[in-house]
Write a protein that binds this ligand. Sequence first.
Ligand code: NAD
Length: 473
Amino acid sequence: MSAMEDGHSFLASVDRYYDKAAALTVHAEGLLQQIKTCNSVYKFQFPVRRGDAYEVITAWRAEHSHHKLPVKGGIRYSEEANQDEVIALATLMTYKCAIVDVPFGGAKGAVKINPRNYSVDELQSITRRYTAELIKKNFIGPAVDVPAPDYGTGPREMAWIADTYLAFHGDQIDALGCVTGKSVSQGGVRGRTEATGLGVFYGLREACSIEEDMKKIGMTTGLAGKTVVVQGLGNVGYHAAKFFAEADSKIIALAEYEGAIFNSNGLDLEAVVKHRKETGSLLNFPGATNLGSRDEALELECDILIPAALENQITAENAPRVKAKIIGEAANGPITADAEAILDAKGIMVVPDVYINAGGVTVSYFEWLKNLSHVRFGRMGKRFEQGAYEKILTIVERETGRSLTADERRVVARGADEQDLVYSGLEETMISAYHQIREIKMRNPNVDNLRTAAFINAIDKVASCYMELGIFP
Ligand code: NAD
C-alpha cells in the first residue's frame, strides 16, 4: 500500500499533525487557520531548448507564511514534484524556522524534472530561467524570499541563482543574500554543506544523552557502538552518516536508489562512497551483503534509523515491520501520519523532521547574516581572542609554575574561525531546541510524541508573533 493509498498525501499528513497539535493549544480558531494556511503559491511554466526541440517545464514557489520576512526554503528538482508537495514542504519550513528560532517565514520551490536526464548546460538554462521567473513576480530577494538547496540541487544551482539575481539587481548592496547554500567562493559560509547532516547528528546525540528517555526505549546513553541505518546517501544522508561514524557508531546498512547493503560489523562509509563512484552502484560492496530491495534497509533491527531520501518512505504498510528504536527524520516527511501511529504504539521514538533537519536552515540563516554584514565570521575577533587566551595562560603558568608545551598552548589559546562559530551556533541551536520540545512533551500528558510537542512549540511562537502585532487577539 502506497502513502497515497493509505489516504495520506504528504500535505494531508502535515495538516493532520498540525490539527492534532493545534487542538492542544489555547489559540483562537481564526488565528490557527491563519498559521496553517499557505499564503501564496506561484505556479509557472517555461520553455527550455533541448537540441532542436523545446520542452515545457513546470515549476513552483510556495510562500507559506509571511509572519516574518524574508521567507526561506529550498528548491527541489524532482520528477515527482507537485503542488501539494511544495506546499507541504513550505509549511514545514515555517514551523521549522520557528522551532529553531530562525527569524524567517517558510517557503519552498520545485522544478518538475529529473536532473539526471539533463546536461549541465540545460540545467543551467532551467535554473536561470526559473530564477528570472521568480524575479519577475518578486518571489526572490534578500528581504522577501531566500531559496536554498534541497533534493536534487546544491551549491552549483545556488551559484547560478545568485548570478542571475545579480544580473538583474547588481546595484543592491545585499544582493548576494538572495539565496543560501552557495559555495564559500560564491559568498557562502563555511559549514553550510554539511549543516543538515551535522544538525541531525547534534540533535540525535542530545536525544541519546538523556538517560531517562533512553531507558524507556531499552537503550543506553551515548552514540559509541550504536547501530545506525541510513537511507539516501545524498547531501543530508552522507553527512549524517559521516558524523555518526566519527562518533564511533556502527553504520550497519546504507540504502540508495539502486539498492541497499548490510554488514553487521559496520560499513566503511568512505570506502562505500568510493565504490559507488567507481561502479555506479552501492551494490556488491566487498564484505557486505546486498539486501533484497532498497526498502528492506528500513526494516532492519538497529538502534537508529535515518531516512534521508524523500517523503512517504514509512507507511502503514511497512511500519509494522520497522524495528529501529529511534528514527531521526533527516528527510522531510519520511513517515506518514498513519505510520506514525503504528510506530508510537510500538514504542519507537521518532525525532521529527521539523526539528531534526533544521540544521540546514539554521546555517543558511548564518550565511544570510554573513551576506548582509559583508564580513566573514571570526574575522574581527579571532586574533584578539587568541591574544587574550595567551595572556591568561602566561599568568596561569607563572602562578602554577608549570609551563605548557607548544601543542597545549595551540589547543587552548585559539581564536574561533568561521567554521568553529558556525558549528558552535548550530550545536547550541539544536540542543536548546531539543530541550524546548522535550519539555513541552514532559509537561503535558496529552502530548503523545515529540512531533506534537514540536508543532505546539512552532504554533505558539508564530501565534505570539501575530498577537504582538495586534492582528489577532
Ligand atoms: P540529495 O539529492 O542530495 O540526496 C538524496 C539522495 O536520496 C539521492 O542520492 C537519491 O539517489 C537518494 N534516494 C532517492 N530515493 C531513494 C530511495 N527510495 N531509497 C534510497 N535512496 C533514495 O538530497 P538532500 O539534499 O540530501 O535531501 C534529502 C532529504 O532531506 C529531502 O527530503 C530534503 O527535503 C531533506 N532536507 C534537505 C536539506 C538540505 O540542506 N539539503 C535540509 C533539510 C531537509
